[in-house]
Design a protein around this ligand. Structure first.
Ligand SMILES: [Zn+2]
Length: 77
């Protein structure tokens, strides 16, 4: 399933276009609010993404995960 080294992303809701989007913070500190990828408005923080969110929004989660993995690979050298 999900490797233990992968941190759960934070989940946001865009009230403007009623969309859920996720953002992976590199640390536990929330330094800024990521904007909605669709309309670029600041979203509403819903909290840490849960297993149920992966089931509900698999595409959103996959995108976030791919970003995180590619970021890690880019850092490793
Ligand atoms: Zn939006």
């Amino acid at each position: 399933m999900i490797p233990a080294t992968i941190k759960m992303p934070m989940k946001f809701e865009c009230t403007h276009c009623n969309k859920i989007y996720m953002y992976q913070y590199p640390t536990n500190t929330i330094s800024f609010y990521p904007t909605c990828p669709a309309c670029e408005q600041a979203g509403l923080l819903l909290g840490t993404a849960d297993t149920i969110d992966i089931v509900k929004h698999p595409k959103t989660f996959a995108k976030t995960l791919i970003k995180q993995i590619s970021h890690k690979l880019g850092k490793s050298h």
